[in-house]
Design a protein around this ligand. Structure first.
Ligand code: GDP
Length: 302
């Protein structure tokens, strides 16, 4: 239900426009497909994905000799789901160790919802009975540490921090020692989100990662890139930049509740081949869900 509510804007936008389209056309022709392409692109589905989809639709229309535009409506979601079945269906599961410490690193530019996502996930893990710690690795942005502490309090988990301006790698080192001493299951690590200088970003992330790798064999177990769905194609550009700077294992797409262009989820997954693992559907602690492509696509049409 929460998932459906969170998608309300995208769903309304999408189904209204597709319904209107099939109502206006008497037969399925080139113009029909062109308008459909337009609708999909405006919903941020992504150019490549739209082309792939429309090509498959045309093939299907010919094969089944469809005449009525209404028939195409059902095929759209079927084909979209098929496109995503090509990707690994279990890809949205997080790589959580059954024994020992799991370290998850969060990256992304300021304001995308990194701190919020860490807080929400901390809450989820804690309600599963896991012992969770947070590492305040964004020592750069004013207020970042305090903000993480607010979420730590809300979720009832401890935050390991140092003074603002200190070395993030040192914070990580501290946090890992603390996690080991406390026998924690999960360490969620915040990082600074400045993207002005790609070399700086890369260096800082590399340094943080090196400490984690050295102190916990096999870690980080996930590097999650947080992206804001309301920024549309900008989110795609950020994803490409971070993909070059570090090996991102998954994406958290936030603020899906705040956009009518939720097609961005599909574009990211299909064009960057990085699995979308979680989606943010609001500002509250419970407003985070594991991403399910099938549910998502059918949700857009129901
Ligand atoms: P950070 O700078 O990346 O750590 O971003 P924050 O976690 O501080 O989030 C920035 C703003 O986005 C805050 O006002 C959050 O409440 C809001 N936010 C984060 N995730 C979501 C979401 O899924 N939906 C909505 N509507 N707002 C969100």
């Amino acid at each position: 239900e929460k998932f459906k509510d969170g998608l309300l804007k995208t769903r309304t936008n999408f189904s209204t426009r597709v319904n209107d389209l099939v109502a206006r056309y008497r037969k399925i022709d080139e113009d029909f497909f062109e308008e459909l392409e337009e609708i999909l692109i405006q919903a941020d589905v992504g150019f490549e994905t739209v082309m792939e989809l429309v090509e498959q639709l045309k093939f299907e229309v010919k094969r089944k000799n469809m005449q009525d535009p209404k028939e195409v409506q059902g095929v759209i979601s079927e084909k979209l789901v098929e496109i995503y079945r090509g990707e690994d269906s279990a890809a949205s599961d997080l790589n959580i160790q059954s024994e020992g410490l799991t370290v998850i690193l969060f990256v992304g530019v300021n304001g995308v919802g990194k701190t919020t996502t860490i807080g929400k996930l901390a809450h989820q893990f804690k309600s599963e009975g896991k012992k969770v710690l947070l590492a305040a690795g964004d020592t750069f942005r004013a207020g970042a540490i305090e903000q993480l502490e607010v979420w730590g309090e809300r979720a009832g988990v401890d935050v390991i921090k140092q003074a603002a301006g200190s070395d993030p790698a040192a914070v990580m080192y501290d946090a890992i020692q603390s996690a080991k001493a406390k026998n924690a299951d999960i360490l969620l690590c915040d990082t600074a989100g400045r993207l002005q200088n790609k070399v700086n970003l890369m260096n800082e992330l590399e340094k943080v990662k090196r400490v984690i790798e050295r102190e916990v064999p096999g870690a980080p177990h996930e590097v999650l890139l947080v992206l804001d769905a309301t920024t549309g194609q900008n989110a795609m550009i950020q994803a490409k930049t971070f993909k070059e700077a570090t090996n991102v294992s998954g994406i958290v797409l936030t603020k899906l509740d705040g956009t009518a262009k939720g097609g961005i989820v599909l574009a990211i997954r299909n064009e960057l081949h990085i699995p979308v693992k979680y989606v943010g559907l609001g500002e509250k602690m419970d407003d985070l869900q594991q991403f399910d492509a099938e549910k998502y696509v059918y949700g857009l049409f129901s």
